[in-house]
Design a protein around this ligand. Sequence first.
Ligand SMILES: [Zn+2]
Ligand SMILES: [Zn+2]
Length: 314
Amino acid sequence: MNIRSAPRTLAVATTALLALGGVAACADDGAAGADPQRVDVVAAFYPLQFLAERIGGDAVKVTNLVKPGAEPHDLELNPRQVGQVVEAELVVLLKGFQPALDEAVEQNAGGRVFDVSTVQPLMDAAAGGHDHEGEEHGHEEAGAKDPHLWLDPTRLATVGDKLAERLGQADPDHAADYTARAGSLRAELEKLDAEFTAGLKTCQRREIVVSHTAFGYLTERYQLGQIGITGLSPENEPAPQRLAEVIEEARKHKATTIFFEALVSPKVAETIAATVGAKTAVLDPLEGLSTDGGDYLSVMRTNLQTLRTALSCP
Ligand SMILES: [Zn+2]
Ligand SMILES: [Zn+2]
């Protein structure tokens, strides 16, 4: 779903909240959470779960609101999940990415929130696209912001540093541990960033055709160009006119590979690939972890190899 269909989601969330009103009122221990030894953290989707687990270590208990294998853009909260938000000691989210969660937090979580979109300004939706002969190919509405910041490892490291500070406020006894773990995670993310920079430095092609425009932060950081079959949210069917444009773009840039996502149907990517004589491959936007396992770091390294093959980087 996209931002325009948000009212329906809000109605669902509000109904769930009303149903839970009684439960919330009875929880007189408030933010103490279910496990008194650990900080109860609710993460809005996988990369934020990864950060919270790596930085929180054994001092936190992290719950991800999105089930493994599910796509987080269209998250709707059931009453049990609203209960988790109500009882969390800290909710880690990206405001604007999942409107149903924003609404639940506004009504129930008060100051117990860490909004990763406040750490650094988000990029405009059109940035990280591509242009040639001064002609822009973006098709996002003016003013739209791109939420997919985790695909730049250096941005994720900065979010991690701030999350460590926030956890230290919630749990001062372990503040030094949070800072130390954020520091070692930063070192790993900077190593990953260096691998991407080196691995994508010289390639025969620099444009990637992807299923939705999730890769703006990655293409901006490593000087690639992004051609999205659909916009900032995954959709099953692009408009016929957009499909025709993408086919033309794929031909113009001699794309060898049309990328699709593990959590979204590959059908449209397969159609385009067949039309232009390209292959398809998974380029994972890491919005959720697919059932193949791994973690943020290993999936990003797989993405790097996939890109190097598709773009012919020696
Ligand atoms: Zn996305
Ligand atoms: Zn182009």
